[in-house]
Design a protein around this ligand. Structure first.
Ligand code: ZN
Length: 670
C-alpha cells in the first residue's frame, strides 16, 4: 500500500557516473547499477553501521524465496548446480534458454514473475535438462530436500508441468484464494479456515491492535487443527534470523543510543516473534528521525498474501541525502497549508496534520523483497494506529531514481511516445525533478492527508482499497504539482515542471505502462490500476478529447494534454471524490470507479504498445545489482575504513549471494 513503484521515467540531463549502467538484460528485464554518492565522505562509525546493516540485509535472502513458494529453494539450488557445472560449455540455444530461465528466477526470488505472479515457462527441453542433471554428482545437489530421485522429480514437475504451482497469488474472485496460490504463507489451509482463524484472533475494540498473522505460516496439523508456525529464532526460518541478529548486534554496538534502542527492539522481536514488540519497534523506528543512517529489516509488506495478513521479508539500508532532504522538508513543513487548501470537502480534511517526516535518501543496500526490483519511495510503518498516533516515515530513494533516469537517456522512448516537441523538451529538462517532486508529494502529503467520517473504520473498500488509496495519493501529488505555491517555495523554477509531469503521467497511465502487461492479461497491480483509472477518468471528465486527446499520426497512437489548467481542475475534482469515497467508506462508488476505469486493457492499444516497445528494444522492468562493501583493517585487525565498489556482474552477484547467504534448509515445510 505504501510503496511507490517506478514507471519508465523519461530521460533527463544529469551528471553521469556508474549510475544507470545496464549490467545485464534478458526477457522483459534490465539489470542496472546504482552508485552510492556520499558514502566515501561519511565518518567511519556510519560506514561501519551501513556495512553491518548491509550484511543483515543480505542474510534473509532465502526467507523470501521460501515465502514465495515452498519449491523455490530446491529449484534454485538445483539449477545453480547445473549452471556452475556448465558455464564453460558451448553456448547452445538450450543453454542460453536455461541461463535466461535461471536469471529470471534470481530476479523474481522464485519461479513466478516478480510483478505478474505467473510461473515462468522454460525455453529448453526436458531431455536437455535431464541429461544435465544426470551428469551432476550427488554432492552438487540439495539432497537435504530428499533423495536424488525425489529432488529430480520435484524440480522436473515444477519446471515442466504448467498446471503445477501455476500462479503465486490467486486473485480470482469466487476461487479459494489460498488453495489456488503457490505462495507458502499457508499450508493445507482453505481461505474460509484462515479467515475464521484470524477473525477469532482480531479484537475489533482494541485501539492498538497487533498485526495478527504478520510473521507466521498458518499450517493445518495432521489432526485437522490449525497452528501458526512463527518466523523467529527457535522457530521457522531460525537459521537465517540468527545470522541477521548477529549482524544487527554488531550494528547496535556502533549506533547512537537512540538507534541502538531501535535495533535492540527489533532483535527482541526476532528472538520472540512477539507482535507487541514489533509494534514497539515500529514506534521507536518512526520516532527516530535524527539518525543519518537508517534501515528497513523485517516482515513488512503484505502484498504477497491474497488475504493481506502475512508479510514478505525485506531490507533496505540507506542514509540521508542532506541537500535533497531540504526539498522534502520544505514540503513537509507546509503540510498543513496543503491540507487546508486542497479541493477536498472541509469535513474530510485533517484539522491537524501530524508527524509526516520526510527525507530523501540514497540506498546503500537492497535485500529481500527490495532486491533486485526495488521501490523508489517507501512510507512506513503500515499499522494504522501507529501511523495515526506517531506518524510515518516517508522516503524518496534518490540514487535509484537517478539510475533509472540515466538509463533511460537516449533509448528513444520520448521520440517514440511523446508527440509534441514542446512536451519532449519539458520532459527532458524537468522529468527527473517532476518525478521526484511527485513522489515527495505522494508520500509525504498524499497518503497522510484527509480524515474518515465518524464511524468509518477504513477497511470498507476491501479489495478496492489499495487502488483507491494510491489514486488518492497520486491525485494529491498531481493537483499540487501545478500549484504556484511550489514556485513560491523555490521548489520548482516555473510551471513547465508540472506540464512535464502531466504530459508524461497521462501518456504513461493511458498507454505506455501497458508494456508491462503480458498479452491477453488485465491490469492486476494496484499502482498500475490507479494510473489507468486516473487517466481514463480524466479523459471522460475532460469533454470528449478537448483536455486529453488521443491522436493517431502515421498509424501511431499518442495521448496529448491540450489544456493543462483544465486538467489540473479535473484532478482536483477527482481528488475530492476519491477522498469522499474513502472518508465515507463508499464501497459501491469505489468499486464502480476501479472496475470501470482501472482494470480492463484496451487490446488494440496494448498490442500496439508492445510492438513499439519491442521495436525500440526497451525492456519494461528494471532492477539492480548491489554495491559491495569491504572492510579495510589495520595490522591489529581493527576496521579503519569500509570500501564501496560497484563492479559486480548480475550472475556473479547472485551466485556469490547463494554461496554466502544460503542459511535455510532446502525444505522448510516439514
Ligand atoms: Zn503510495
Amino acid at each position: 500500500m505504501t510503496r511507490q513503484l517506478h514507471d519508465n521515467a523519461a530521460p533527463a540531463p544529469q551528471p553521469c557516473s556508474a549510475a544507470g549502467q545496464t549490467v545485464d538484460a534478458f526477457d522483459d528485464i534490465r539489470v542496472l547499477r546504482y552508485d552510492v554518492p556520499g558514502f566515501d565522505q561519511l565518518p567511519l562509525p556510519q560506514k561501519q553501521l551501513i556495512y553491518y546493516l548491509s550484511e543483515a540485509a543480505l542474510c534473509g535472502r532465502d526467507i523470501l524465496y521460501d515465502q514465495n513458494c515452498r519449491y523455490n529453494l530446491v529449484v534454485r539450488r538445483t539449477l545453480e548446480a547445473v549452471y556452475r557445472a556448465g558455464t564453460a560449455d558451448p553456448q547452445t540455444a538450450e543453454w542460453l534458454g536455461f541461463e535466461k530461465y535461471l536469471k529470471k528466477i534470481w530476479f523474481a526470488n522464485g519461479i513466478h514473475h516478480h510483478y505478474a505472479g505467473d510461473k515462468f515457462v522454460p525455453e529448453f527441453s526436458e531431455a536437455w535438462f535431464d541429461a544435465r542433471l544426470a551428469a551432476l554428482p550427488d554432492e552438487a545437489l540439495p539432497l537435504d530436500f530428499g533423495s536424488r530421485a525425489q529432488v529430480t522429480a520435484i524440480v522436473r514437475r515444477v519446471l515442466f508441468d504448467p498446471a503445477f504451482c501455476a500462479v503465486r497469488e490467486c486473485r480470482t474472485a469466487g476461487e479459494d484464494l489460498l488453495t489456488g496460490s503457490a505462495m507458502n504463507y499457508y499450508d493445507g489451509v482453505t481461505q474460509a479456515e484462515a479467515e475464521a482463524f484470524y477473525r477469532r484472533m482480531t479484537d475489533a475494540d482494541d485501539p492498538e491492535p497487533v498485526s495478527v498473522g504478520l510473521n507466521s505460516r498458518l499450517v493445518k496439523r495432521a489432526d485437522g487443527t490449525l497452528e501458526e508456525r512463527v518466523w523467529r529464532i527457535g522457530g521457522l526460518y531460525s537459521p537465517a534470523l540468527e545470522r541477521i541478529v548477529e549482524w544487527l548486534e554488531r550494528a547496535a554496538a556502533v549506533a547512537s543510543p537512540t538507534q541502538r534502542e531501535v535495533i535492540d527492539t527489533l532483535i527482541y522481536f526476532y528472538r520472540t516473534g512477539d507482535l507487541k514488540s514489533y509494534d514497539r519497534f515500529s514506534i521507536r523506528w518512526v520516532r527516530d528521525t535524527e539518525s543519518a543512517v537508517d534501515f528497513v529489516n523485517g516482515f513488512t509488506e503484505t502484498y504477497g498474501d491474497p488475504l493481506g495478513y502475512k508479510a514478505s521479508w525485506e531490507a533496505l539500508v540507506d542514509f540521508r541525502d542532506e541537500e535533497a532532504t531540504r526539498r522534502t522538508e520544505t514540503v513537509s513543513a507546509q503540510a498543513q497549508w496543503f491540507e487546508d487548501h486542497s479541493p477536498v470537502q472541509e469535513k474530510y480534511k485533517k484539522k491537524k496534520v501530524c508527524g509526516v517526516s520526510a527525507k530523501v535518501i540514497n540506498a546503500a543496500m537492497l535485500g529481500g523483497d527490495n532486491y533486485p526490483a526495488t521501490p523508489i519511495g517507501i512510507n512506513l510503518p503500515n499499522a494504522d494506529w501507529i501511523r495515526k498516533t506517531y506518524g510515518s516515515k516517508s522516503v524518496t530513494i534518490q540514487n535509484i531514481t537517478r539510475a533509472y533516469a540515466e538509463n533511460a537517456k537516449g533509448n528513444g522512448f520520448l521520440e517514440e511516445f511523446i508527440l509534441r516537441a514542446e512536451d519532449r523538451e519539458r520532459i527532458a529538462r524537468y522529468g527527473t525533478l517532476a518525478d521526484n517532486l511527485h513522489t515527495d508529494l505522494h508520500e509525504c502529503l498524499g497518503h497522510g492527508s484527509g480524515q474518515l467520517a465518524p464511524g468509518v473504520r477504513g477497511d470498507e473498500l476491501k479489495q478496492y482499497g489499495s487502488v483507491l488509496e494510491e489514486a488518492r495519493a497520486d491525485l494529491f501529488g498531481l493537483y499540487y504539482a501545478a500549484d504556484p505555491k511550489l514556485i513560491e517555495l523555490g521548489l520548482v523554477p516555473d510551471a513547465d515542471v508540472a506540464r512535464a509531469e502531466y504530459a508524461s503521467y497521462i501518456s504513461n497511465g493511458l498507454f505506455t505502462q501497458l508494456a508491462r502487461i503480458a498479452p491477453g492479461k488485465q491490469i492486476e497491480q494496484a499502482h498500475m490500476r490507479n494510473r489507468q483509472l486516473i487517466g481514463r477518468w480524466a479523459c471522460d471528465l475532460g469533454a470528449a478529447g478537448r483536455v486529453i486527446e488521443q491522436v493517431v499520426e502515421e498509424e501511431k497512437t499518442y495521448f496529448v494534454v491540450n489544456d493543462f489548467d483544465a486538467l489540473r481542475a479535473i484532478f482536483g475534482r477527482m481528488l475530492r471524490e476519491v477522498q469522499r469515497i474513502k472518508s465515507e467508506g463508499d464501497f459501491v462508488a469505489g468499486r464502480d470507479l476501479v472496475e470501470r476505469y482501472g482494470i480492463r486493457v484496451d487490446s488494440a492499444l496494448h498490442a500496439e504498445v508492445l510492438e513499439r516497445y519491442a521495436r525500440l528494444g526497451i525492456r519494461p522492468y528494471a532492477g539492480f545489482v548491489n554495491p559491495t562493501y569491504t572492510p579495510v583493517t589495520d595490522a591489529s585487525g581493527a576496521i579503519v575504513d569500509i570500501r564501496c565498489t560497484t563492479q559486480a556482474g548480475y550472475a556473479e552477484q547472485m551466485l556469490a549471494y547463494s554461496d554466502r547467504y544460503s542459511f535455510l534448509p532446502t525444505d522448510n515445510n516439514r
